[in-house]
Design a binder for this molecule. Structure first.
Ligand SMILES: [Zn+2]
Length: 364
């Protein structure tokens, strides 16, 4: 994460004044809103690439991904799974894309960080994300780049887990999922943990082109829980930082493909990290759909589905009502269980601390 110095803050404040997306969020500028929670607002892109093209914007003004603080990151990217589900259902499509541009060279057009969510299906006219054409890239340079990434990426993720410990991350008996064995055979994996692996792309579109795969799900991103969804994007974000810092890329694209579409025939779940360089010849930007679809109609269809996502989010945000008697009962039950298990380590017993605290509260 980038540290925000007073100088940077001053620049950001200046950007915000003229930022159309900040105005959409404040309500000063009209939009076709389809979703809102504490951290993000979703509105239809007014020049959609396909039917069902949603822009997810953080409510705070962050210019690029590395500026997003961890808690916001987790919430934002975790929500992408239920939102893909909602948009696919609303538009009745087989697939979806998430498209992120970091930097002008990658196609970022506004200084407000945005996530494009696209509902995808066969014959929808978009054909930009096959990534199967052989590109002319320097072999030696690419080999060195991959070695550097294979060295740096695991270190970055180790730091990440030190700062954000996860119960599921033990680094013991790590295996590669069955559906990833073909990737495993190619021996180009540069990082692996319990939920994600990263491999060098087989048909790299640029030096340092990486792909993140889920260890839990072969095809459908929306089947992942929010924690797994957010973790895949964490890994993708570190990949982007690794190629940006290590390879001197000028920008990056992060493109998630999930479910069947013309440019994702087998429907596999992949997150591509594409380092971007001046005049790299890559054309990832779409033309707006012609004729423009009926946005009001699309808005109401999507809102019918995102309504439930919003509702679930609000339920989660509600403060829990503490029932002292009930809580003490639960704690006591847990304690008895622990005694039965002959729990020896008593120095770090959270339940004891809590029950002590509650006892004190009650006696006051
Ligand atoms: Zn803004």
């Amino acid at each position: 994460m980038v540290e925000i110095t007073p100088e940077i803050q001053e620049q950001l404040d200046e950007q915000k004044k003229n930022c159309i997306f900040c105005k959409i969020i404040s309500g000063e500028q009209e939009s076709k809103q389809v979703y809102q929670d504490k951290f993000i607002l979703g509105a239809l892109d007014i020049n959609p690439a396909v039917k069902g093209h949603v822009l997810l914007m953080p409510k705070e003004h962050y210019p690029i991904m590395p500026y997003i603080p961890p808690e916001t990151f987790k919430q934002m990217f975790g929500q992408i799974a239920p939102l893909i589900n909602a948009v696919k259902k609303a538009m009745m499509t087989t697939g979806a894309n998430v498209f992120i541009a970091n930097g002008g060279i990658a196609g970022q057009q506004s200084p407000h960080f945005l996530i494009h969510l696209l509902a995808r299906e066969n014959g929808d006219g978009l054909n930009h994300f096959s990534f199967d054409k052989k590109q002319h890239i320097e072999e030696q340079k690419t080999k060195e780049a991959n070695e550097l990434i294979a060295h740096n990426l695991p270190l970055m993720l180790r730091n990440h887990f030190t700062r954000n410990p996860a119960k599921w991350h033990t680094e013991k008996n790590l295996t590669i999922a069955k559906h990833l064995q073909e990737i495993n055979k190619q021996k180009q994996i540069v990082y692996a943990d319990e939920k994600a692996i990263v491999s060098v792309a087989q048909t790299p579109q640029a030096t340092g082109h990486l792909i993140v795969y889920s260890q839990e799900e072969e095809k459908y991103f929306e089947n992942l829980n929010n924690e797994s969804a957010a973790h895949l994007f964490y890994v993708a974000s570190y990949c982007a930082t690794a190629v940006f810092e290590g390879l001197g890329a000028h920008g990056t694209n992060i493109i998630l493909k999930t479910g069947e579409s013309g440019d994702n025939k087998d429907g596999k779940l992949e997150i591509h990290i594409l380092p971007r360089y001046e005049e790299d010849g890559l054309d990832l930007l779409w033309k707006p759909m012609e004729p423009k679809p009926n946005l009001d109609d699309i808005q109401s269809k999507i809102k019918d589905e995102t309504f439930l996502v919003e509702y679930a989010m609000k339920e989660e945000e509600k403060p829990r009502v503490v029932d002292l008697d009930k809580d003490i009962q639960i704690i006591t039950e847990k304690k008895t269980k622990k005694t039965e298990e002959k729990e020896e380590n008593k120095t770090d017993n959270k339940e004891d601390e809590i029950s002590e605290a509650i006892k004190q509260l009650k006696s006051e």
